[in-house]
Write a protein that binds this ligand. Structure first.
Ligand SMILES: [Zn+2]
Length: 172
């Protein structure tokens, strides 16, 4: 039986086009996409490629970070938890055994370049640097204040000595 691939209407034998959609009919409807399947997995299948081991994440958070970083560059990531699957992770909340992260081998070099560039780490370095700079400035300010305090103290002491001398002279 011919079907319209768009409106999925069934037609009698002999029909070649859908009169509503004005497109050629097909012999069989394409199978419905499984609704519950996660998007990552489907994306991964869509790229006709073999998974290549990218790196190993020591924990759940690290794996998610890498996955979201690569995901923002449209690189699908496949996680394989070691010594325990997703079920273990669901029960324990985290997997201490770590995960192997796979990407399509065609995208392996891109993924590696992205990970090695580590934009987040650079931002951290910048923060650390500016914080160190801030701390240094504060330290300098403290030293400057201490110097001023010392000068003021010396000035007061000198004035005291001077006053004592002056009074000493006048009081005889
Ligand atoms: Zn139709």
């Amino acid at each position: 039986m011919p079907y319209c691939p768009k409106c999925k209407d069934e037609f009698r034998e002999g029909f070649t086009a859908c009169n509503t959609c004005e497109i050629p009919l097909v012999d069989q409807l394409p199978p419905d996409e499984p609704p519950g399947e996660p998007e990552e997995a489907r994306d991964f299948e869509m790229i006709d490629d073999v998974p290549a081991l990218l790196c190993n994440a020591s924990n759940n958070i690290e794996a998610d970070m890498i996955e979201s970083l690569l995901g923002s560059y449209n690189i699908p990531v496949m996680k394989r938890w070691r010594y325990g699957g997703d079920i273990v992770m669901l029960y324990t909340g985290t997997s201490s055994t770590g995960a192997d992260l796979y990407v399509p081998s065609k995208l392996l070099e891109d993924a590696k370049a992205l990970l090695s560039s580590k934009p987040t780490a650079e931002a951290d370095d910048e923060d650390t640097e500016s914080f160190a700079e801030y701390a240094k400035q504060q330290e300098q300010k403290k030293q400057l204040f201490a110097q001023k305090l010392l000068i003021a103290f010396i000035a007061l002491a000198l004035m005291g000595v001077l006053l004592a001398l002056v009074f000493g002279v006048f009081m005889g």
